[in-house]
Unconditional design. Structure first.
Length: 126
């Protein structure tokens, strides 16, 4: 349990808080420290949460299918519960994909990427 928690914290720190270092900059071409990093952390947290949600829904779907075909044993109550679980897993995946497609469509119509945002400081937005 402790190893899993430690590994999770290490992976979280690598994927979320790993940002480039701008200490080598001496002129005004470098972005302001703090604003850019906060924006990157928020973007990474959103991307990580979507990835974790999709992975969790996939695992839930596989486990539900195993319950449906193997564990239920033909009992009507267990079959209904397993089928309900499969339905909810498919609905979760469907709505996750629908949200992604909606964001992409809004971005194409509006002409900019809606998943990238500026925190109110236009000179430092990429």
């Amino acid at each position: 349990m402790l190893k899993t928690l430690t590994l999770s914290l290490v992976l979280l720190s690598v994927f979320v808080f790993n940002s480039p270092v701008f200490a080598q900059c001496t002129d005004d071409s470098c972005p302001a420290s703090g604003i850019v990093q906060v924006r990157e952390v928020i973007t990474r947290l959103i991307n990580l949460s979507v990835s974790v949600a999709f992975l969790a829904l996939t695992v839930w779907l596989v486990w539900s299918a195993i319950k449906l075909f193997i564990v239920s044993g033909g009992e009507p109550k267990a079959l209904a519960e397993a089928w309900s679980s499969v339905t909810w897993a498919f609905m979760g995946i469907f709505f996750l994909v629908l949200a992604y497609i909606s964001l992409r469509l809004i971005g194409e119509i509006a002409g900019f990427n809606v998943s990238e945002f500026c925190l109110g400081f236009p000179p430092y937005c990429v």
